[in-house]
Structure formats: C-alpha cells, structure tokens
Design a binder for this molecule. Sequence first.
Ligand SMILES: NC(=O)c1ccc[n+]([C@@H]2O[C@H](COP(=O)([O-])OP(=O)(O)OC[C@H]3O[C@@H](n4cnc5c(N)ncnc54)[C@H](O)[C@@H]3O)[C@@H](O)[C@H]2O)c1
Ligand SMILES: O=CCC[C@H](NC(=O)CCC(=O)O)C(=O)O
Length: 471
Amino acid sequence: MSQNEIISFEPATGEELWRGKVGDVDAAVDRARRAWPAWAAKPLANRMELCRRFANEVRAASDRFAELIAKETGKPLWEARTEVEAVINKVEISINAYAERTGQKKLDGALAGSAALRHKPHGVMVVLGPYNFPAHLPNGHIVPALIAGNVVIFKPSEKTPAVGELLMECFTKAGMSAAVAQFFVGGPEEGKALVAHRDIDGVLFTGSAQAGIAINKRLATNPGKIVALEMGGNNPIVVTDTPLINDAAILIARSAFTTAGQRCTAARRLIVVESMYDAIVEEVKRLSDRLIVGEPFAEPAPFMGCLIDNDAADQLVESFLYFLSNGGKAIKHMTRPDDNLPFLSPAIIDTTKIKDRPDVELFGPLLQVIKVKDLDAGIAEANNTRFGLSASLIGGTPQDYNRFWANIRAGIVNWNQPTNGASSKAPFGGLGLSGNHRPAAFYAADYCAYPVASSEMDQPRATVGVGFRDG
Ligand SMILES: NC(=O)c1ccc[n+]([C@@H]2O[C@H](COP(=O)([O-])OP(=O)(O)OC[C@H]3O[C@@H](n4cnc5c(N)ncnc54)[C@H](O)[C@@H]3O)[C@@H](O)[C@H]2O)c1
Ligand SMILES: O=CCC[C@H](NC(=O)CCC(=O)O)C(=O)O
C-alpha cells in the first residue's frame, strides 16, 4: 500500500475491494469551514428534509449497501441488512432527539420581556469511524450533527473506506453538498491531523480506547472543542440462579459471539455463581459448538463471519494461548481452519485461576468464564475493570436485579437480555475507558449543539434602580 493510498480487502477472501487516494487535511477543513455558515443558516426544516431524503437514498440502495458491508467487514449478509436498517431508522430518531434534547423553548418567570433557551451548532465536526459498524456507528454522529447545523468531515476506518464512501454518496445524492457532508480518505495519521487542525470545532469518535485517549490528550488544551468518545468495553454477563439454562445460554452466546465478538458491547467475561456453573458452562459450550461460522453470503446463513483481518485473528489466537499458558482451562478451543484467512471458531476459556487477568478489550469471539461464590462476588468481579460500557444479569429475582443495577458501573445495564443490541432510542455510552460522558445514540443531539440562554425585549426599555442620585 502506498502512503498516498488506502486499499481495503474483503476479509473473507483476501481479495482487494477498494482503493483510493488519501485526502488533503487542510483542503478538507477549509472546504468545510467555508460551507458551514450557509448550512447553519438553512431553516431546521430544510436540514431535516435533506436528512429524510438521505434515508430514502439509503433505502433505495439497500441491497447494494448490505452487500458492500458484508463484503468489506466479513459479517453475514443478514446482519449487514440490519445495519442498513439502523442507518435508515437513525434519521427519524435523530429528528425526535433534536426536538426532545435540544431545540428551543420559552422560559417562564422572566422579570421583563421574555427568556428563551435555544441551541446552536458548533461548526466543523470531524467524525472518525470504526470498522465493525462502518455505516451505522459513524452515521449515528453524522445525522445528528447535520440536523443541528454542523458540517461534517467523515473519515471512515482505513479498513472500511468503501462503505464510508457509499454512505456519503447517499448524502450527496439526497441533495446535500459534498462540502457539508464530506467524505475523507485516510488512516490514523490523517485522523490525528484532522483532530489537531485548529479550524475544526469538534471530534466525534467511535473506536478503541487507545485512539480515544490519544484524541482526548491532543485536545486537552482546547476546552472549547467538543470531544465525544465512544470506546470499547470488557463487558461482564453475570449468571445467578435460574431454571432456564438453555435460554440463559442463548443470551450468553448471542452476547459473546454476535458479529464474531466484534461489538463494543459484546460480553467478554461470563461470571457465574458456583451453583450454576456446571449447567451453564456445559450448555453454552453445547450451543457454541452448533454456531455456524462462514463467509457472508454462504447458505445456510452463518451465525457469524470472520474477523476484520489476519492481524486481528492472530492477536486473538495469541490472547487465547496466553490464557491457556497462564492457568486458563479451555472449555472450547479456538480454531482457525485457514491460517491465511481470519475465520475463528468461538472460544471459551475458564480464567478463574488467573490472578492478574489483563483488563483489555479482546475484540473477537473469545469468552472468559469466571466462577464466583455468589451474586455479591459476581458484582464485585464484574466491576473489576477500567471499562464500563455494558453489563447484564441473567437470572435472579427483582431484588437481585435491583442490587445489580445499583452497584454495577456501566452505561448499559440489562436483565435477562444480552449485553449487546443496544437501542438507538436510548442514550449509548459508557464509563471509565469506555467513554467520556458524552453518550451517543439518542443523546448524540446533546453534543451536536450547545445551549444558549437569552433574555429578550423588543426595545431597550429600562428604569434606574437602587444607587442612582435623582437627576
Ligand atoms: N463504544 C462504541 O460505540 C464502539 C462502537 C464500535 C467500536 N468500538 C471500538 O472500536 C474498536 C474497533 O474499531 P477500530 O479498530 O476501527 O478502532 P480504532 O480506534 O483503531 O480506529 C477508529 C478510527 O480512529 C482512527 N484513528 C486511530 N487512531 C487515531 C488517532 N490517534 N487519532 C485520530 N484518529 C485515529 C482510525 O483511523 C479510525 O477511523 C474496538 O475497541 C471497539 O470496542 C466502540
Ligand atoms: O460496536 C458497538 C456498537 C454496538 C451496538 N450498539 C448500538 O448500535 C448503539 C445504538 C446506536 O448507536 O444507535 C450494540 O449494542 O450491539
């Protein structure tokens, strides 16, 4: 790959899919900055209408869109279709969110004249996207930002530029200028340069904790720039008493292995009370043995596809071997049928005996199992992480769930539901290394506009008060 070019490959076949020239950061920011005033001055209804047209363009291209997502990420076609649906649905959800979370209102109780709360856009927003949901997650920043009156420079992951390009094409086809919704090709270096550019007003990031922290540090001396960080997780799924072993196992397998474990909300740690351990572990293994791993367009449809590339697969195999050689007990071995392709079988390993388990996000189909004495020990173990994105409790009573809910540190806390599959109609974000208290999804509206409080009279009428001499 030349440094001036980004090339993406189909992970399931290794074939080249797309190539494009790396963008010019200064030119992109300058173009965006010049486009901003006119876009911000457009009536809100026009901006919303253009976003609705964007949704129609995505709908019209939905088959091609889903096929491209499946090809470029390696996820199954059925799942890629759900990503396209999420992109379309994001528009109406964001329109509602803008009205509910921001928008404008008159305030009661003004002493004279009237008082109002309104919101203004920040300006030029840089959106940096991840590869696992190359359309849905960046779109979750882009649409709210545009509705609020910002212009956007979107740099997709260097691993999924083709999907990023198609997404942005849908905005231009909808009638939005390519300077308002701008597609930018680049890798981490260009990401860094965009973040550091003095003429941007904010960075809306979804990706790894490592990159998010680097962005946070880079902008630490610019408190005026908005930084929204959606990062990873080391998410726990805690199992306490339940007679529904098969249902519990289905929820666990879905949490851990959907999208081949490449979801920020995937369960990484299965924490089980000792009375349930044997039954749950046996059933999760039995189910996982039945999961079909296959290429995106295979028939019958696979449950999960491959990882994004061979490096990611190598790293995950290494992590499995690390656990194995440090006291872990394999429940289901990780296998890789072809060393030249990133397909991995789901793997399960008991790491209870490992003293200092690395608190990192292992982004793939690898589930650790940890045995605990009781629910309180389970909650303590669940919180034994620097991350805090999602957490689920399986089984137990309403009182158990209340205790779990009150004590767990995570932005998404579920009961008898998977850790993943979060709703776009709710806020989405996490604590600690998972985010910076700027939740996305429904609350993305909050970081796309800032509130302005105004006290207003149509004439400059005023009377002198205390402390003036007669005159
Ligand atoms: N919380 C969430 O909403 C969420 C959602 C999806 C993925 N993720 C996380 O994303 C990770 C996987 O995605 P990824 O590998 O594409 O993430 P990544 O952090 O490697 O890259 C994300 C984006 O940031 C850019 N980038 C990388 N380093 C940068 C830097 N120092 N400065 C500026 N830009 C930089 C990349 O080019 C890419 O566009 C996982 O950790 C996963 O948990 C989080
Ligand atoms: O990989 C990270 C996202 C996972 C996904 N979350 C969402 O889709 C949040 C909703 C939104 O952003 O609209 C999940 O929980 O599976």
